[in-house]
Design a protein around this ligand. Structure first.
Ligand code: 1GP
Length: 241
């Protein structure tokens, strides 16, 4: 059953681009999720990420159970905290915030997660998570008390991604932050992509089809979009199968 990561690898080597919708349990209620997931099913979306920076206990589990009723797409926990580990999901991104230097987000939360993870059948995917500044303070920054990496410090970001891969991480996630004013710069995406062998996830601030295509062209293998779907369900119209 451990196949979510293998499927991402296969798509990456076949140059098939992947798209995840990010659903924040704090913003989306289980009641009424069926219409939203129907739109997801009719679109080019390949993965459903569930998570948020500030989510009350149990909300994630309830939402994931409800989502699973309406789709066969893989549901992946993108956790803001240990409390968001939902056993009903298929996999979890085991995020290490390697742009920061807070031990809690490099190893502390991970140790706390183990007793809960052991009781689940979740596929655990170690992911190097790199926060890049985008002109405003993001909730990741606030919650983790870490500074993002600078937009113009491309070499340091590239070296950070390579270090993540050398540590054994299976994915690198370049994050501009939810609701970012602009996506990660295409030059940074292409330089990171050229430097690593593992798949590259890019998210934050992508609001148009054009931006999505640019991010793909620069080398992102999997793109994550949340806010554009939350703010306007018509955004699905641009992404029909
Ligand atoms: C946030 O990368 C994701 O973690 C998605 O960001 O909400 O800006 O699409 P948006």
């Amino acid at each position: 059953m451990r196949k979510i990561y293998q499927d991402i690898l296969a798509s990456t080597s076949n140059k098939e681009k992947l798209l995840a919708v990010l659903i924040d349990p704090d913003k989306m209620m289980p009641e009424g999720i069926s219409d939203f997931i129907q739109n997801v099913n009719n679109s080019i979306i390949t993965h459903i990420f569930v998570g948020g920076s500030m989510v009350e206990d149990n909300k994630t589990e309830k939402l994931v159970s409800e989502i699973k009723k309406y789709t066969n797409l893989p549901v992946i926990v993108f956790p803001g905290d240990v409390s968001q580990i939902a056993e009903q999901a298929d996999a979890i991104l085991f995020l290490s915030l390697i742009s920061g230097r807070q031990s809690e987000y490099l190893i502390g939360k991970h140790v706390k997660a183990v007793s809960k993870l052991k009781k689940t059948d979740l596929e655990v995917i170690p992911t190097g998570y790199i926060l890049i500044e985008n002109g405003k303070e993001t909730s990741v920054q606030k919650v983790t008390q870490t500074l993002p990496m600078l937009r113009n410090d491309i070499q340091l970001v590239v070296d950070t991604a390579i270090a993540g891969e050398l540590l054994g991480m299976k994915l690198i996630y370049l994050e501009a932050g939810s609701g970012a004013t602009h996506p990660i710069d295409i030059k940074m995406i292409s330089e990171v992509k050229n430097a690593i062998q593992i798949p590259l996830i890019v998210g934050g601030g992508i609001r148009t089809k054009e931006q999505l295509n640019n991010v793909y062209k620069s080398g992102a293998d999997l793109v994550v979009i949340g806010t554009a779907f939350e703010e306007d369900e018509l955004f699905f119209d641009n992404l029909q199968k």
